[in-house]
Design a protein around this ligand. Structure first.
Ligand code: FHN
Length: 432
């Protein structure tokens, strides 16, 4: 009996210690401010760019075509993006209504797209280009008031210390040198934060490749926040947020959905949300992927994300010459035209005010609600569940025209006879 009591006391102690450890991260005031700003920004440009773009078949080509590391590395000799122009990329993001950029500093192929002392396998030392595009991008972003964040792969297909494919025992790969790999990542992350001091976020990816390994997040996250407490950490592990993370990522799905199959275990937490999606079906440049999403699909994605209180990070995979293909930029600029007219219903708003409706979603700012009618019902009316809030006016955001409405216990029913069936999104502005 005595022994059982002792075991229970011990277990309680262990659980408590664990709970304390995982709740020990207290975001700094600057980090909390950064989170609010992040939620206000709503729309960002994701960029997957690396030496894989030379082959024009996506960023997984080394893995899918089983190209041995030492052969794949030769791509660096051909990577010379002479037409890369940070000004053009940032101007495109701005004109498209995007407020931040997240770019791959190092993807699963392990190639560093920045100037690093931690490995010679980087754009400055291993390519004829010899320059650091991330530095140019960081400087241009500062000039133009666009936030910059770095994607950073945890998974590495080539490094010996990572030893891709190795069995994991007791939290470590049996082959390779896990401590050396963790130290390598820490060195690179320190470089990214100290050499590019304006960056606002680190976007981790690849955790899912090694479910049972100890990634040492406690040390890695603490290091990042020690170097700059304001930096927001996100991790695309497809799970509920872990201690030390500042925003939660979703891939190819709105929070709460799992159409792409990544989010079965992605329980929604209490930190800011972001969902990312491709413009065709590929993250990295893919010469043969013509499955382009329409302006309407992407505007709807943005609006649906905002309605669920999430940012939308929309991806382009630039070509090996450094240009963004016109199919992408044309669509992005059209999204920008839509945002110019409707931005007040997106930027600075919050979502999850009411659950998503069959006709669309609601975003809100101060005392205004924006009902986004994405599918105009045949009845040409929508009912917004406003509860017992008394509605004063309902207007079409486009043109400011007043709409007729009636309010009763069932909600607020709005007459949409005046709305155009052609509109990408009929935005109704409700004042209370
Ligand atoms: O494997 C990557 C993929 O290449 C891409 O970077 C996406 C972006 O969300 N994340 C991984 C798949 O989960």
């Amino acid at each position: 009996m005595k022994r059982n009591v002792l075991i229970i006391v011990l277990l309680l102690f262990v659980f408590k210690a664990d709970a304390q450890q995982s709740s020990s991260y207290v975001p700094s005031p600057s980090n909390l401010k950064a989170r609010e700003k992040f939620m206000d920004m709503k729309f960002g440009l994701f960029i997957h760019w690396g030496i894989y773009s030379v082959l024009g078949d996506g960023e997984w080509i080394m893995h899918t075509r089983k190209i041995p590391y030492y052969n794949y590395k030769r791509l660096a000799d051909f990577f010379n993006p002479q037409e890369f122009n940070a000004k053009e990329w940032v101007a495109l993001a701005k004109k498209s209504g995007m407020k931040y950029i997240t770019i791959t500093s190092r993807h699963h192929d392990g190639f560093s797209m920045f100037n690093t002392k931690a490995s010679p396998y980087n754009i400055v030392d291993a390519t004829p280009y010899k320059k650091d595009p991330l530095k140019e991008l960081a400087d241009e972003c500062v000039k133009e008031g666009i936030e910059l964040r770095f994607y950073y792969s945890l998974l590495d297909w080539g490094r010996e210390d990572y030893s891709f494919g190795s069995k994991i025992v007791n939290g470590k790969p049996v082959k390779g040198d896990w401590d050396s790999y963790i130290n390598f990542m820490k060195t690179q992350l320190t470089e990214l934060i100290t050499n590019y001091p304006s960056i606002k976020g680190i976007w981790f990816d690849g955790d899912w490749e090694r479910k049972d390994v100890n990634w040492h997040y406690d040390e890695i996250y603490a290091l990042i926040h020690k170097l700059n407490p304001e930096i927001m950490i996100g991790n695309n592990h497809h799970l509920a947020p872990k201690a030390g993370e500042d925003f939660q990522l979703f891939e190819k799905d709105l929070p709460g959905n799992n159409t792409a199959g990544f989010s079965a275990e992605a329980k929604i937490g209490t930190i800011p949300l972001e969902t990312c999606e491709t413009m065709n079906g590929s993250w990295g440049f893919n010469l043969n992927d013509r499955n382009y999403k329409s302006v309407k699909q992407l505007v709807h994605y943005l609006v649906n994300a905002a309605g669920r209180d999430a940012n939308f990070l929309l991806n382009v995979g630039p070509m090996p010459n450094g240009k963004i293909q016109p199919e992408f930029s044309d669509t992005l600029l059209k999204i920008g035209d839509w945002i110019k007219l409707n931005g007040e219903s997106i930027y600075g708003t919050r979502g999850n005010i009411v659950a998503a409706q069959p006709w669309g979603v609601v975003t809100a700012k101060e005392k205004i609600w924006y009902a986004h009618v994405l599918t105009l019902p045949d009845s040409k009316t929508v009912t917004v569940p406003v509860g017992n809030k008394k509605v004063r006016t309902v207007t079409l955001l486009d043109g400011n025209r007043k709409l007729k409405f009636k309010q009763d216990k069932g909600g607020l029913t709005i007459d949409l006879e005046a709305a155009s069936a052609e509109s990408l999104d009929t935005v109704l502005k409700l004042t209370f």
